[in-house]
Design a protein around this ligand. Structure first.
Ligand code: SME
Length: 168
């Protein structure tokens, strides 16, 4: 179920470890946020089965604004505290939602979405950059291993934007 076409993994943790390595290699030496976000979204989109949307919402200092993504066109702006994304941004806590219809205030961008995983993106100085959002057409598609793995992937994305990353 979790084995992507181009990654042979014995477990989800191993799958995400390999995907994180691929992400690091893909983003290495580049600090442009849009470029890295676009490649990161494309990498995850092609690696994960049973997802119908994945992408970024960046915090512009006031609200979340959609960034690079894969999937159907999405709502552009989300206020802090609104929906799953706004909740992840405001609380700075990953949101793992088994059934989006049971999440009060869920924002339905793609009606096919049934479960969702949203990771807040916080830089080394504690600044909120935005959130990373993955949607699935399956109920309870994401578990604790997906959460761990996605947080690890997001850490690689955030690290790629740090000054030291490009110099290394
Ligand atoms: N469902 C999200 C909105 C973004 S879309 O899923 C792409 C939410 O409730 O915040």
């Amino acid at each position: 179920m979790f084995a992507a076409t181009h990654i042979e993994a014995a477990s989800k943790d191993e799958f995400y470890a390999e995907l994180a390595q691929q992400a690091c290699a893909l983003l290495h030496g580049e600090r442009d946020r849009v470029a890295n976000a676009a490649n990161f979204a494309a990498l995850v989109w092609h690696a994960l089965p049973a997802i119908n949307w994945c992408g970024f919402y960046f915090f512009d200092g006031r609200e979340l604004v959609v960034g690079p993504f894969q999937g159907k066109p999405a709502c552009v702006r989300i206020a802090l505290g609104k929906g799953v994304c706004g909740t992840a941004a405001q609380t700075r806590q990953t949101q793992l939602v088994d059934d989006v219809n049971a999440f009060a205030g869920h924002i339905a961008c793609d009606g096919a979405s049934r479960s969702e995983l949203v990771v807040p993106l916080i830089d080394a100085r504690g600044v909120l950059l935005g959130v990373w959002d993955v949607d699935s057409p399956e109920l309870a598609r994401f578990d604790a291993a997906d959460r761990r793995g996605m947080e690890r992937l997001c850490a690689a994305f955030v690290a790629s934007l740090e000054p030291a990353a490009a110099a290394a």
